[in-house]
Write a protein that binds this ligand. Structure first.
Ligand code: CU
Length: 380
């Protein structure tokens, strides 16, 4: 996940959007209504959305980055719930975002140049209501139900494993906690797009020290404890931070039990996980104190594979050539990662050479291409 969307600063963002002329210049065209893709011009200081209204159902955005920084685009619901996002859009590149929005109402678009901060935001109206694709296609319903079971099973493993990690921190067993850190995160990293979709949980559990935070919001979660364990030593409040981590994970568990997933969210999540690998693991950015990035890398790929596998019956119906290509590319990444195994885990990121990370980036890019087609196929 890129640097987080912070809840609770919509007014400032609207001001920024107004400044950037996002809301004022956006023509009330009916590109959305015509079902055609809505063009988004994402610049370093502007976010021009080709239409600020679209009928409920499948909404497609084509996000063209006209700026000089890597960017991302979001469609946000109430409380900054992420309805859909496309990230890691390099300068000059165009990426497509398909979102299923069955319920009419007021949403928010946000471009995030440099992938930091709240983004340049604007209102977006969805009119009417639409049947949920899962109600119209049993295979899609089975896909989301199957993936929901997968997410639930990961969380049911995440809670007790995080409990073990928290207990080790609280009894000041530094070596025990260090060993549990990457293992407990595996279950989290496999399902991160689902956690992220809640908007406020991900920054608390997986935020980085240098993320932008609202005043008074502390650096908490896994990476705070990672820094305590590997850099600063356990602190007087480490036990409280550990308790807070477990409470946030249990909050996630509660929310996931009732979350409604759409098939296109599974497809977008599969691609987001690979973007995660590209921006956070292959760069060593995520686990910068422990250098356990390859554990997360593997978990992200496994989570992506699980989302694609849930959609496979639909993919095979609609494009029988895509599935075998995906199998091949996933297998290539798995084989590559096997080469970096050490005991039950992986070599530390600090052991990787530029040649290693280049090979990893190429394999993940080669996988990302067919994975980015899944959303278009399952919604076709
Ligand atoms: Cu993460």
């Amino acid at each position: 996940m890129s640097r987080r969307v912070r809840a609770g600063i919509p007014t400032a963002a609207l001001a920024v959007a107004a400044l950037a002329g996002c809301t004022s210049t956006a023509p009330a065209t009916n590109a959305g209504a015509a079902g055609g893709p809505i063009a988004v011009r994402a610049a370093d200081d502007a976010c021009e959305v080709g239409a600020t209204e679209a009928p409920a159902g499948k909404i497609t955005f084509t996000v063209n980055n006209t700026g000089s920084k890597v960017t991302e685009f979001y469609l946000l619901g109430t409380g900054d719930r992420i309805m859909g996002e496309v990230e890691n859009v390099g300068p000059g590149l165009t990426r497509q975002l398909i979102v299923e929005v069955p319920d009419g109402g007021t949403y928010t678009t946000a471009c995030k140049p440099g992938m930091v901060g709240d983004g340049i935001r604007g209102p977006f109206t969805v009119t009417g209501t639409a049947a949920r694709s899962v109600d119209e296609n049993t295979k899609l319903a089975e896909a989301t139900a199957g993936y929901h079971r997968y997410v639930t099973s990961q969380i049911e493993a995440l809670v007790p494993k995080t409990q073990e990690f928290v207990d080790a921190v609280k009894r000041q067993d530094v070596e025990g906690a260090k060993a549990l850190f990457p293992v407990s995160r595996t279950y989290w990293e496999r399902i991160e797009p689902v956690a992220e979709s809640f908007g406020d949980i991900d920054p608390k559990i997986d935020g980085r020290e240098d993320d932008e935070r609202d005043p008074g919001v502390a650096f908490t979660g896994y990476h705070r404890l990672e820094k305590d364990l590997w850099v600063d030593g356990l602190q007087p409040d480490s036990a409280a931070i550990a308790d807070r981590l477990l409470a946030d994970i249990k909050d996630l568990q509660n929310r996931v039990s009732t979350v409604e997933l759409t098939p296109v969210q599974l497809a977008n999540g599969a691609k987001e996980l690979l973007d995660e690998v590209a921006t956070g693991k292959i760069t060593g950015e995520e686990d910068r104190y422990s250098h356990t990035d390859l554990w997360d890398f593997k978990a992200n790929v496994e989570g992506s594979q699980a989302a694609v596998a849930a959609l496979r019956p639909v993919l095979d119906d609609k494009d029988p050539t895509l599935g075998p290509t995906l199998d091949e590319r996933f297998a290539a990444v798995d084989t590559l990662l096997e080469g970096y195994r050490a005991g039950d885990g992986y070599v530390l990121y600090t052991r990787l050479t530029p040649d290693d990370t280049r090979k990893m980036a190429e394999a993940v890019d080669a996988l990302g291409e067919p994975v980015s087609q899944v959303a278009g196929v399952v919604t076709s």
